[in-house]
Structure formats: C-alpha cells, structure tokens
Design a protein around this ligand. Structure first.
Ligand code: LMR
Length: 396
C-alpha cells in the first residue's frame, strides 16, 4: 500500500538545515531556518530556561498525564503576555486558551476548529506568507485565498492592494495576520494600518486569525502585540496562535498556545469544550516540559526579569545585524540599495534575489537561504558578515 506513495522533496525550510550540515565548506553560512544564533553561531538554552529546568527537575514527582488543556499556569502566562493582563477580553472571561504542541499545533488545531464551526470558511493569507501556513491550514480542508502583502519592487507592504483585496472578505471569512515580525518579509503593519484593518473587519464582519510567533523580537513584548490587542478590544471574535519557540528559545520543546476570543463567556466555554475534543482526536494532550518552563519563568519575578533582559539582548542583536548587513552590502555595490533591511522587524528579510541567484549562492559560496531569498539575520556574525556580503554582491 505505501509503495504507491511518491517520494517528496525535503521541506523548503527545514530541508535547508540538512543540506547545510552536510556541506564540507568551512566558510559556509546558514541564513536558512528561523532560529536565533549568537555571535558564536550557537543557539544556546536561555539562562532563565536552564534555571527553571533545574528547579523543575528538583521538584518533579510524576510523569502522569497533563490535563487536556495543558498546564493552567502556562496558559495564563500565554494569554496575559499576548493580550496584556488587564485586557477586557480576559477580565470578561471571553477567552479560551489551550496549550498546544508549538505554534504549528496551535495553527492546525485552530484550522480544525474553524472547519468544524464553518466547513466552507475561507482563510485569507498574505502573499507571501510562511510556507508552512498553507499545509497547516489546507490540511484541515479550509479554502485558502490570498491577499497581496509585500511589494518586492518597493520593498514594503502594498497596503492599498491588501486593503482592496480584504474588502472582498466577508462574515464567513478569516484573515490570517502576522502580529509582528512578518515571516518571511520582516515588513510589519503600522499602528495606523492595524487601525484601518480593524475598522474594515468591523464593517465587513471577517474574523482576524492572528499568528504571533515572534512576540518580543520586533520592538518589544508590548509593542509587538499592539494590533492583536486593538482587534481583540474592538471585535467580537478572534483566533490567536502563539509560540514560545523563539522568544524563550524553546524550539524543540513545542510550547505554544491557541486562544479563541468569543463574544461571551458561555461562548468561550463551548469553544473550549470543542477545542479539547478536537485536540483529543489529534494528539490527546500537549507535552508538558516546555509549558512547565513557561509557567515557571513567567510567574517567578527573578526568572521573568532575567528572561526580559535575555529577550532584549536577542532583539537588539538582530537590529544591529540589520544595520551591519546594510552597510556591508551597500558599500560593495551601487546597483541596489539594501537600506530597507534596516527598517524591517524580526528574524527575516528578503534580499530580493532570483531563484538562480539563490542557487548560485548555495552551490558556489555555500551561503544558504530559502529559494525566495529570505534570510535569517540571526545567522550573521562578525566572522561571516564580510564573506556573506561578498557572496551576495557577487551574484547580483
Ligand atoms: C522558519 O520560518 O524558518 C521557522 O519558523 C521554522 C519553521 O518551522 O519553518
């Protein structure tokens, strides 16, 4: 039976890591998968996480199942971080939050819930969007529509085109928005644009579906949640997927959450019961280790303070790498101004290269990035900056 299945190509993002690992070139540069790296090219365990883990190990008495919704303290942390502890949707009891296996688990669970509530719902996704959004949502049977987002010529959001497309979204539609640090473009909506989209959602009746995988990597934890909080305040319903992969560096622990804002506390209770029933059919209950770390770090003042400073360090390092890369690229050639990279947010930006140019970077220079020329800025450091800038200039 399984011999009927054709062999697939490696994942367009995760497949890059294997190719990079097997490249013997000592000068190789990994600008592929979105993981934070230090100046030494490492992705270390954050100190706040190590300390939380040590305490957890010390106190651990059982490996019995976690509750279906996950660890309550972690869900509270996720919801408070996202919405702000005093947000009316939380104080009114209109949010159902469940812990999920990473942000992917949250997106997939949300897709199943949407499909159950409205099998013919359409989800509008940005062009471009994170490659994995398409299978995560499409596999649940949802119909996907695209709205224009990034203008590759002008290196910014084409907000007029985005807005015009979303004027066609209606009350049975959801619009997937990246809360901050748009993946793959790094181009974020301004506060005025969030405002305009909120008003459009009010008029048209569509439901925002917000993916917040990089909270704290743009401007800060509060600033990065601006759009989410505004929409949650003004609209009756909202879907939110969050992840602690990046901002707590918990990648492999799969710590994420799904929050659904309903228009009443009883609605939230019904949604919670439906979500738990779907999760039971998918993975039963989420893994506990990552979420136990989240709970510990968030609710312990000292660990939380340490986390905030470690997060700020990661954020500031990426901002400074953006400046350095722009300088290195612009000083080597004059045919293209890469200044836009300095104004973008989070881990990613597009270099604006063609697929053959990206292929040449890989085969001739061992510089790795996704085919659409998305780079992970955190892969740059003092030792590889000049080499990477030389290679990119050479293929221009
Ligand atoms: C990325 O976009 O590189 C990360 O979110 C990792 C992934 O799972 O694709």
């Amino acid at each position: 039976m399984f011999d009927r299945l054709p062999r697939l190509n490696p994942d367009p993002i995760l497949g890059l890591s294997a190719a990079y690992r097997s490249d013997p070139n000592p000068l190789k540069v990994d600008l592929g998968v979105g993981v934070y790296k230090t100046e030494a090219g490492e992705t270390p365990v954050l100190a706040c996480v190590s300390q939380a883990e040590a305490a957890l190990l010390e106190e651990q008495t059982t490996k019995v199942y976690t509750p279906p919704a996950g660890i309550e303290g972690a869900n509270r942390a996720a919801a408070q971080l996202a919405f702000g502890a005093d947000h009316s949707v939380l104080t009114d009891g209109r949010v159902a939050t469940v812990q999920t296996p990473g942000g992917c688990g949250a997106l997939r669970l949300a897709a199943e819930l949407i499909a159950k509530a409205k099998p013919d719902a359409r989800v509008w996704v940005s062009t471009p969007t994170w490659a994995n959004h398409i299978p995560l949502l499409g596999s649940a049977g949802l119909t996907l529509r695209e709205y224009p987002y990034y203008d590759f010529e002008r290196h910014c959001i084409d907000f007029d085109a985005m807005y015009s497309a979303l004027e066609h979204a209606g009350k049975d539609d959801l619009v997937l928005l990246h809360a901050c640090c748009h993946n793959p473009s790094g181009a974020d909506l301004t506060q005025a644009q969030w405002q305009a989209l909120t008003e459009l959602a009010e008029t048209r009746g569509f439901t925002p579906f917000i993916d917040m995988a990089y909270q704290g990597f743009g401007q800060g934890l509060e600033e990065d949640a601006f759009g989410l909080r505004l929409m949650a305040e003004r609209l009756p319903e909202l879907v939110l997927a969050t992840s602690f992969s990046k901002n707590l560096g918990l990648y492999r622990e799969r710590a994420g959450s799904l929050s659904i804002v309903s228009n009443s506390p009883t609605g939230a209770e019904a949604v919670l019961s439906q979500t738990l029933s779907l999760a039971r059919g998918l993975y039963s209950m989420p893994p506990s280790h990552g979420a136990a770390i989240v709970e510990r770090v968030y609710h312990d003042d000292a660990l939380r303070g340490l986390w905030l400073s470690e997060l700020a360090q990661m954020r500031e390092r990426i901002h400074s790498l953006r400046e350095k890369l722009v300088q290195a690229l612009n000083s080597r050639q004059s045919q293209r101004d890469f200044g836009f990279i300095a104004h973008e947010q989070g881990m990613f930006s597009f270099l604006g290269l063609s697929q053959p140019q990206v292929a040449r970077l890989k085969s001739e220079f061992s510089v790795y990035m996704t085919d659409n020329s998305r780079i992970n800025l955190a892969g740059i450091n003092t030792s590889n900056l000049e080499y990477a800038a030389d290679a990119i200039s050479a293929v221009l």
